[in-house]
Write a protein that binds this ligand. Structure first.
Ligand SMILES: [Mn+2]
Length: 325
């Protein structure tokens, strides 16, 4: 299978019931990658007595989950948000959550505007943003500063999330967590201070084989565009981070844009301008890695699938060329 299985639609009534009937005192709403899984392990170590109910969310579904939560009474329990960044209009959900009796803590490492920080800070109980660390690292030093295991989890996750790649354990775990069904297993191992086992190994080897096929296929489909920057734009067949790194090495590009069938795209760049480019297309992120959204028509989708490119390819490459480093 070349196309990655799309995650199933969230079962909203079930999540609503789970939250309403929860015994856990902490609801942890987080992203769906390695950073989020590490942050969840930290939460579960810190709040082992209080109990943690976890929601792993894509960036796109974040407002939906806040909306679901804001319909349930908080009773003084804590909603802890991690590794998710500000979205326009999110303050309405936060206000409603406060009215419903939730304590809100938010830890993130994405880039926020000053006015966004001010706005959210005026509503939530705690907002901690640190762009120099991964979200898991922020949680570890905030929640369990004296715990040896969580400090090590933070180090391994930050090594991956901040693209340092010095610790061989981080590449393996980051990749294994591209399969969401591995999340609970890896998290439970992390909580024990275990970073490698038989299941993690065999998943890694299996994913490596699949990924090599995907990277070759992406390379064949890619277009080299741009004047100032060497910008590669290509359909996305999975593994965006690893594929972008592969394309950069193979084709000596400055910017890599991987576009999915829905119009969602993932961007990586050598010059620190990814977040600026993404912002132009309804997204955001970090200077060297970000994501956004093209408003695809039906024709755009057909062209992408069969011709491996459409009008948005030139649009984003041309826009990138207008940005200074
Ligand atoms: Mn992160």
């Amino acid at each position: 299978m070349f196309f990655r299985r799309r995650s199933a639609k969230p079962d909203i009534p079930k999540i609503q019931a789970d939250i309403a009937l929860r015994t856990a005192k902490i609801v942890h709403l987080t992203h769906n990658d390695f950073d989020a899984v590490g942050a969840d392990a930290v939460h579960r170590i810190r709040f082992k007595n209080e109990g943690v109910y976890t929601i792993f969310s894509s960036v796109g579904k974040f407002p939906l989950y806040l909306d679901i939560l804001s319909q349930v009474a908080g009773n003084g329990d804590t909603l802890s948000i991690s590794d998710l960044s500000y979205r326009r209009g999110i303050e309405q959900h936060l206000r409603k959550l406060k009215q419903k009796g939730w304590r809100i803590e938010w830890r993130d490492h994405h880039r926020w505007h000053e006015d966004e920080i001010g706005l959210v800070k005026s509503i939530v109980d705690l907002l901690h943003i640190d762009t120099g660390r991964c979200a898991c690292g922020i949680c570890a030093s905030d929640m369990t500063p004296d715990d040896i295991i969580t400090q090590e989890i933070g180090l391994v996750v930050c090594d991956y999330d901040l693209w340092k790649h010095q610790d061989p354990r981080s590449g393996v775990l980051g990749l294994v967590l591209q399969r969401h069904e591995n999340r609970e297993h890896v998290r439970d191992m992390l909580m024990l201070g275990v970073f490698d086992d038989k299941k993690i190994r065999s998943e890694y080897e299996d994913i490596m084989r699949e990924m090599n096929r995907v990277m070759e296929r992406t390379k064949r489909a890619s277009s080299m565009l741009g004047k100032k920057y060497r910008t590669i734009v290509t359909p996305m067949y999975g593994y965006p981070s690893e594929t972008a790194a592969y394309l950069r090495k193979q084709l000596n590009s400055d910017i890599e844009v991987l576009v999915s069938q829905s119009g969602k795209f993932s961007i990586r760049s050598v010059p620190p301008i990814s977040h600026k480019i993404a912002r132009e297309f309804g997204g955001g992120g970090h200077p060297n890695a970000a994501g956004g959204f093209f408003n695809f028509t039906f024709k755009d989708k057909v062209l992408l699938r069969f011709l491996k490119r459409n009008r948005w390819f030139d649009k984003i490459a041309n826009y990138a060329d207008t940005i200074q480093k």
